[in-house]
Write a protein that binds this ligand. Structure first.
Ligand code: PMV
Length: 350
């Protein structure tokens, strides 16, 4: 029995539930994991506001377990088999889960095939739907326990998804820098330790390359098992946590940008040092990075970037009186490196 073992006394009935969950962007990256979705190092992310997945889950109580999924109205067989496997893997935590048929309709508020990770918001929304059903079938949990279990279940679907259950800055993975942090679920970063400048931040995602990535993050994580630089990287993530803690408290934007950009480039350096090596950045990614560095040097304005496991660039800049000049620069100088002028404008406000 663990904290998250499901109640074996339950009463099922056909139900329809709907939930929504945002995506997140990591500042200190999770890259490399152990069995059971245990992260090799702690990570911290911003939860986004506009990039969300909306999911409706219909449960039909019947003897045969099956899953049917629709993405933006179109049936997705591949996604259904992923969810089926996922549901089978979490029966210990939701003992009723294999006792019916599921029809799952899901849509993202950001463009499909934009390359923005939908697995974090997608698994976050599914975990919330499952916990909504569990409340009906097994009885309610207190609010904190329910959130923790949602995060725990989301993690088993896609690691980074566990951070999407909370707003603001969110930590996943045990670190001595954050009391209560865990490898099993995410926790909110302590509010009293966050300087105001970080509470109102833009994240504009430049869509450099739309479409499927050449290497999935599942494969990318597993290549860390044989990467000769992996241990040093895991250690460095811990060290970066201590540095970031001081930065978040003092509001030191220069140090923040330095650390966040170093994390983004380290993630991609790890990909290049994998065997076999792979590169997810495109020439547009590099052009944008160089332009940002030039712009910052010339103007001193607070514009920075981070990268996900893909070619897109997340432009990070505080939402304050200088933001108009930064937005002007983005439109004039950076949009040319996107496919079809693609940009998704998000903001973190908490
Ligand atoms: O959750 P996964 O398995 O898709 O891995 C995500 C890894 C990164 O997005 C690159 C980093 C992170 O911490 O979100």
């Amino acid at each position: 029995m663990t904290e998250f073992s499901g109640n074996t006394y339950f009463k099922i009935s056909s139900q329809k539930v709907a939930q929504s969950c945002p995506s997140n962007i990591a500042l200190i990256k999770y890259w490399g994991k152990y069995a059971g979705q245990i992260p090799a190092n702690p990570s911290i992310s911003y939860t986004l506001s506009n990039c969300k997945t909306n999911t409706e889950l219909e449960f039909i109580a019947e003897d045969k377990f099956s899953v049917q999924t629709f993405l933006a109205g179109k049936e997705e067989v591949k996604f259904a088999s992923k969810i089926e496997k996922y549901f089978k893997s979490i029966e210990e935590y939701l003992p009723w889960i294999l006792k019916g048929k599921y029809i799952i309709r899901t849509e993202n508020t950001f463009p499909h095939s934009s390359g923005i990770a939908s697995s974090a918001s997608g698994f976050g929304a599914v975990a919330k739907c499952l916990m909504a059903l569990d409340e009906i079938f097994s009885g309610s949990l207190d609010c904190d326990t329910k959130l923790r279990k949602e995060s725990f279940l989301a993690r088993l679907g896609s690691g980074s998804a566990c951070r999407s259950l909370y707003d603001g800055l969110v930590v996943w993975g045990e670190t001595r820098e954050v009391a209560g942090s865990s490898d099993l679920y995410a926790v909110p970063y302590p509010d009293s330790d966050i300087h105001d400048v970080f509470r109102n931040f833009n994240d504009w995602v430049l869509l450099i390359h739309e479409g499927e990535k050449s290497v999935s993050s599942t494969v990318g994580h597993s290549l860390m098992n044989t990467n000769p630089y992996a241990e040093r990287r895991f250690q460095e993530a811990h060290e970066n946590f201590s540095t970031l803690k001081r930065i978040l408290k003092t509001g030191d934007l220069t140090a923040f940008f330095q650390l966040v950009e170093h994390e983004a480039l380290t993630l991609h350096a790890m990909m290049m040092m994998s065997e076999p090596a792979f590169i997810l950045m495109k020439s547009g990614t590099l052009n944008v990075i160089n332009k940002i560095w030039e712009f910052r040097k010339e103007t001193g304005l607070p514009l920075s970037f981070t990268l996900d496991a893909g070619a897109n660039v997340h432009l990070l800049f505080p939402a304050n009186k200088q933001e108009d000049r930064i937005k002007e620069f983005i439109v004039k100088e950076l949009l040319q490196f996107t496919q079809n002028n693609g940009v998704v404008k998000d903001v973190m406000n908490f």
